[in-house]
Design a protein around this ligand. Structure first.
Ligand SMILES: [Zn+2]
Length: 56
């Protein structure tokens, strides 16, 4: 069965939801599949989070 988990990236830590809109901020959510969100640097945010996590 196809996963319908969606993600809001308006937060420091992404909010996961099954709704088309974020339950916290009301913004439209994106499918959580690894589709590029920012065409300039699709994985920039992810890389920064990884780096921050490593430094922790
Ligand atoms: Zn949100």
């Amino acid at each position: 069965m196809h996963s319908d988990i969606r993600i809001c990236r308006e937060h420091d830590d992404p909010v996961y939801t099954l709704s088309a809109t974020c339950p916290e901020c009301g913004e439209q959510t994106e499918n959580s599949a690894p589709a590029p969100f920012d065409p300039d640097d699709p994985y920039g945010e992810y890389r920064r989070k990884l780096k921050r996590r490593v430094r922790d």
